[in-house]
Design a protein around this ligand. Structure first.
Ligand code: NAD
Length: 510
């Protein structure tokens, strides 16, 4: 393997960012951050406790209640958001290097992340400037209009897969709406989040609008969820964590947006464009190391083409280049953390008794063994996987796919809907009627017909069943971070019964 790449000026100490200042934890607590290629600690991060979250929320609350940001004109806020987008793009190479170093994502796949993150800021800048709210008129009687107001301090809690880009999904609409925020990034991958502070400051975002608290979910995340001055929690992560947060939000009756796990099916009918389906379903599960929420990790293939599909798919999977994430040839890099590697490897071993192993099945043979040599898993393909198998039912979040045959459309639908999740579905067929009817019936928040996941920021993004609650994307995100107050103006006479007056009493008597 090539010499291990370490980015220049790699920070070795990561702090919180509160009220425009970098600070350590009040009590000095820290945790270690590992590099997934050596699994050795490379940095020490401040580990947020309740006191640190209290300080961050106080700064955000101050900026919301007394600062200029929520009161600025939409155009003024948009100009700041455009400058943020420009600064993110300027950091593209640096961001890709840091993201790859921290997460183990292949560098070629990390490179697109800055543009996608920047696009989120541009999109919401445009949206708030163009936004108009409803007015309802009853001529001669009443005019009612909607007065949209930012809600307050939003708590943003994010996962470790494509961390910077996923943070931008929440940061862009929340601050565009005029909220102030406290971000709690994932503890496995805090490095790229440390870039936001300088980007925001340079773009002219007032201090206190953006605050960052690093730390573990059970301490920093939990304190943020339970803080009484945080009325909104936007969370992306595992479904089981979402359930815990849901329970904890109940006490404060908080607004919640939840983007959770998935076990999305790709359904390949015999009439599909075979080559396109092979390319897309390979990319759909093995890109981003398989650590993607919308991965098409169950492939359902119609019996007529099943054997051919499995053979070609497995052959291609065996040829995928696994290795150093910084090598531009690499297609699958190192998994994010040894804990996650152990989880994925557990499923790989389980799969050997639940399916027919066609490719992979462990560490790639050309890479040295041992945790100190990185968390590598060969792209693993299991065929003939029964619908009650755990590798069919449970989210693995790694480069592992289960392939299952079907005969009829009805059977395909039953298999597709047969898990607790409902994030995405990918349908491969050249029959227009079948494609649309299947999309109608499949239990998934998002469906792609003859494609893998390609986004349009205006469309709703989110899952059904155990995959999420609420949708992000376009105006839905703005709706989440704002209240729509109804203001009523009377234009005519309003009949008001005169409670307690003698006139009314006389009328009643009469
Ligand atoms: P996770 O649930 O373990 O952690 C996510 C975040 O929640 C982290 O910042 C963590 O520190 C925090 N957290 C953990 N426990 C908490 C608690 N009790 N209170 C408050 N915060 C807490 O998820 P992960 O392993 O980081 O990410 C992978 C998961 O995220 C997968 O299930 C994946 O499908 C999901 N995901 C979903 C989407 C989507 O849009 N639906 C996108 C990306 C990832």
């Amino acid at each position: 393997m090539s010499q291990h790449f370490v980015p220049d000026a790699l920070p070795t100490r990561l702090q919180h960012y509160i009220g425009g200042e970098f600070v350590d934890s009040v009590g000095g607590e820290t945790f270690e951050v590992l590099d997934p290629v050596t699994n050795q600690p490379y940095a020490t991060a401040a580990s947020g406790q309740k006191a640190d979250v209290d300080a961050a929320v106080a700064a955000a609350r101050q900026a919301f209640a007394h600062g200029p940001w929520p009161r600025m004109k939409a155009r003024e806020r948009a100009n700041v958001l455009y400058r943020i987008a420009d600064a993110v793009v300027e950091q593209e190479d640096r961001l890709a290097e840091l993201e790859t170093f921290d997460t183990g994502l292949p560098i070629t796949q990390a490179r697109g992340q800055a543009k996608r993150a920047a696009e989120n800021f541009r999109f919401f800048a445009d949206l708030i400037v163009a936004q108009h709210d409803n007015a309802f008129k009853v001529p001669g009687a009443q005019v009612n209009y909607v007065n949209r107001k930012p809600i307050g301090v939003a708590g943003l809690i994010t996962p470790w897969n494509t961390p910077f880009m996923l943070e931008s999904w929440k940061l862009a609409p929340s601050i565009a709406s005029g909220c102030t925020v406290v971000l709690k990034p994932a503890e496995f991958t805090p490095l790229s989040a440390s870039l936001w502070a300088a980007i925001f400051k340079e773009a002219g975002l007032p201090d206190g609008v953006f605050n960052l608290v690093n730390g573990l979910g059970e301490t920093a995340g939990d304190s943020l969820v339970k803080h009484p001055d945080v009325p909104l929690i936007s969370f992306t992560g595992e479904s089981s964590t979402g359930q815990t947060i849901f329970r904890n939000c109940a006490e404060g009756l908080k607004g919640m947006s939840m983007e959770l796990g998935g076990k999305s099916p790709a359904i390949v009918f015999a009439d599909a464009d075979f080559d396109a389906a092979i390319d897309s379903t390979l990319f759909g599960v093995f890109s981003l190391n398989g650590e993607r929420c919308t991965a098409g990790s169950r492939i359902l293939v119609q019996r007529d083409i099943y054997d051919r599909f499995c053979a070609v798919y497995a052959e291609r999977a065996r040829n995928i280049k696994v290795g150093d994430p910084h090598d531009p040839q690499t297609q699958v890099g190192a998994l994010v953390h040894p804990e996650h590697y152990d989880k994925v490897m557990g499923y790989v071993e389980l799969g050997k008794s639940e399916g027919r192993l066609l490719a992979g099945g462990g560490r790639p043979e050309h890479l040295p063994a041992g945790q100190e040599n990185g968390s590598y898993v060969a792209p693993t393909v299991f065929a003939d996987v029964a619908p009650d198998a755990r590798i069919f039912q449970e989210e693995i979040f790694g480069p592992v796919v289960a392939i299952t045959p079907f005969d009829t459309d009805e059977e395909a639908l039953e298999l597709a809907n047969g898990t607790k999740y409902g994030l995405a579905a990918y349908v491969w067929t050249s029959d227009l009627k079948r494609a649309h009817n299947f999309a109608q019936d499949v239990e998934a928040g998002m469906v792609w017909l003859n494609s893998h996941n390609v986004r349009d920021l205006r469309s709703p993004f989110g899952g059904v069943k155990a995959s999420g609650l609420g949708h992000e994307g376009g105006y839905r995100s703005i709706d989440f971070y704002t209240d729509q107050q109804a203001v009523h103006i009377t234009l005519g006479d309003v009949h008001t019964p005169k409670f307690g007056s003698l006139d009314d009493a006389a009328k009643l008597d009469g």
